[in-house]
Ligand binder design. Structure first.
Ligand code: OXD
Ligand code: MN
Length: 639
């Protein structure tokens, strides 16, 4: 006896094995046998079933057939629409209330508050994470999860973050009642039964996710909605002491693909602190000079500052090439030779679509033409996706539908694609992947770059005076707000290490952990830089052409790594000497404009930083970081 959900093909239709799980009304089981699971996985799954009471359970094996069956199921549920102009590409439209990460409902749960966050600011919102007590968490879970999957299928997803065989990789399991999440996890992580043996010791991260059951909608409305969610009660909770993630109420991106921000950044940053490595919101790329010398760099930018574009850049400097290892997250550890090695824990890209085009990112455009799940982009009448930035591809007669499924025409008051609409594509589709992107040893990192969107005052590039100063530079990062989270407007937000929304423990201790890297003996510390592609002139125009021209900055960074003496000291760091940064062929760009030195800007900047540190880090700010701020203030006074 089994209930089939519609007439879908492939694995999901295989006759289920009846299980006496918890007695009574046991759910139907699809795929492998629960008894075949390593006991700790089986226990986690049984607990999930008992709590959430799904009507049936599917154990994901990562097979091709399973992928096809998931797509068929999602089409039938009305979640996915075909994009016949592309190859095996699909469009999902979410509930308009579920379109971004919800930072205000993202919490860390630890016994002691101080293990999660620095002391709360005297007045105002905490900026560096939110803490929830274990008892409040237990109550929140009790209010949300019992029976939340009734009438839905539970997918059990064994997955690995990082290449198989890598000492840096981690296996984990996600339980979810969203087929969209199961399909996306197959792109973003390495899903498959081959992960199961790595889970047998039980020390894996347990991720529980439900899209939830809205209390403000009647049963009928709930059933009709292709994108169930519960925005009023969304909660994304991290329990680092138990290696658990519990996410409720949202099916979107970082809220629901739990391997990404929740595991690979928040939980992993805490694991990294305890185990002596680094889990960072950084892209990884390899730069090769015309003479064939190659350096890998990791770069941290806040969300939507062009990390994906930089990672896949086509250099505008003849003879140079750039290859991509990852576009969002880096796990890094010093190896036995003292070399900092990095892996990309992900297997795909969850990139912001608007602004991506042949001009800005040809490699991403090639990647998204196959095997891609698009979310909240617009739709062209010829069956291609559409978003702001692709206007030049519109041919006469093509009509458009916006991300909410309504007719749309250019010049409308609202955008066709949601500003945080995404493509979810396998990394292997990207033509500029680095040959070593899946090397289990990771790639050797020679330089670390911090950056942000700074319309004024902050130069195109500068190098930190050393590791301690570099940690200060990372802690002092600020950037204009983005659409990736619920913030709006052009406000400058502090975003230390681009980790503000992703710290998995007290951010003050995070800075201490970074500082401690320089106390290790026998390690080769990468050089640290800061870049700003976003300087504007008084009329609001960008002073720097960006994109492929950023290779000019990478070339200078490589020259510094190779020990060239071509820098000039400024109060804030070392900048390229005039002539050391290749500006040939850019007549509209002036060296002076790219490297401003404005005493009142830096006075304002350091005053604001002091306020920010005092209010948000309090006594958890490492002394060394404060010393660096004081040294900067001193150098500014001498300008
Ligand atoms: C992302 C983000 O989606 O940083 O990568 O918000
Ligand atoms: Mn990111």
């Amino acid at each position: 006896m089994h209930r089939a959900i519609g007439s879908i093909g492939g694995r999901l239709l295989r006759a289920p094995l009846s299980r006496g799980l918890t007695g009574g009304s046991a759910p139907h089981l699809w795929g492998a046998d629960l008894a075949s699971l390593p006991p700790p996985v089986r226990q986690f799954v049984e607990e999930g079933i008992e709590l959430c009471q799904p009507s049936d359970v599917h154990l994901c094996d990562g097979s091709k057939e399973e992928g096809e069956a998931l797509i068929a199921l999602l089409r039938e549920q009305g979640v996915l629409h075909p994009l016949p102009k592309y190859d095996n590409c699909w469009l999902a439209r979410t509930d308009p209330r579920d379109v971004a990460r919800v930072e205000s409902r993202t919490v860390l749960v630890t016994e002691r508050e101080r293990d999660s966050v620095p002391p709360a600011p005297p007045n105002g919102e905490p900026q560096l994470g939110r803490w929830l007590s274990p008892s409040a968490m237990a109550e929140a879970q009790r209010q949300r999860f019992p029976g939340c999957m009734r009438g839905r299928r539970l997918f059990v997803i064994p997955f690995r973050m990082g290449p198989a065989g890598s000492a840096l990789a981690r296996a984990a399991v996600q339980l979810t009642d969203s087929a969209y999440v199961a399909a996306s996890m197959r792109i973003m992580t390495r899903v498959g039964s081959d992960v199961l043996p790595d889970l047998r010791h039980g020390d894996f991260v347990r991720c529980l996710h439900s899209v939830g059951r809205s209390q403000t909608h009647s049963g009928d409305a709930r059933r009709r909605s292709a994108w169930p969610c519960d925005p009023e009660r969304t909660l994304i909770a991290h329990l680092p002491e138990e290696l658990r993630v519990v996410s409720y109420g949202s099916g979107y991106g970082g809220n629901s693909l739990l391997g990404k921000k929740c595991l690979a950044l928040r939980i992993a940053s805490r694991m990294a602190r305890d185990q002596g490595w680094l889990a960072e919101h950084m892209l990884i790329l390899g730069v090769t000079s015309p003479s064939g010398r190659k350096h890998y760099v990791a770069a941290a930018f806040p969300s939507a500052c062009g990390k994906t574009n930089l990672a896949m850049m086509r250099p505008a400097l003849p003879g140079w090439s750039v290859h991509c290892v990852g576009d969002d997250i880096a796990w890094m550890k010093f190896d036995d030779d003292g070399v900092l090695r990095a892996i990309n824990p992900e297997r795909g890209f969850f990139g912001v679509a608007p602004g991506t085009s042949e001009r800005t990112n040809a490699a991403a455009m090639a990647a998204v033409r196959r095997d891609t799940l698009f979310t909240n982009v617009g739709l062209r009448s010829d069956g291609a996706p559409f978003w702001e930035g692709l206007e030049d591809q519109l041919s006469p007669g093509t009509t458009l539908t916006d991300w909410r499924g309504r007719p749309w025409s250019p010049g409308s008051a609202h955008p066709c694609a949601h500003p945080n609409s995404r493509f979810c594509s396998p990394a292997a589709n990207c033509p500029s992947m680095d040959p070593s992107w899946e090397d289990p040893r990771g790639v050797p990192i020679d330089a670390i770059i911090f950056g942000g969107r700074r319309p004024e005052g902050v130069p195109l590039v500068y190098e930190a005076f050393g590791w301690q100063h570099g940690v200060f530079v990372g802690s002092a990062m600020r950037s204009e707000a983005t659409a990736a989270a619920e913030h709006t407007g052009r406000r400058l937000l502090h975003d230390p290490f681009a980790m503000r929304p992703f710290f998995g423990y007290n951010a003050g201790r995070y800075l201490s952990h970074w500082l401690s890297m320089s106390h290790r003996s026998g390690v080769r510390l990468p050089r640290i830089f800061h870049v700003n592609w976003f300087l504007r002139d008084p009329s609001g125009r960008f002073r720097w052409p960006g994109f492929g021209h950023n290779a000019r900055v990478l070339a200078w960074i490589c020259s510094r790594v190779e020990g060239e003496d071509n820098a000039r000291e400024m109060p804030f760091g070392l900048i390229p000497r005039e002539g050391a940064l290749d500006l040939r062929g850019l007549p509209e760009v002036s060296y002076e404009d790219l490297f401003p030195l404005d005493r009142s800007f830096w006075e304002g900047e350091s005053k604001e930083l002091r306020r920010y540190y005092e209010e948000n880090f309090g006594e958890d700010l490492p002394r060394e970081v404060l010393e660096e701020l004081e040294a900067l203030e001193e150098r500014i006074r001498k300008i």
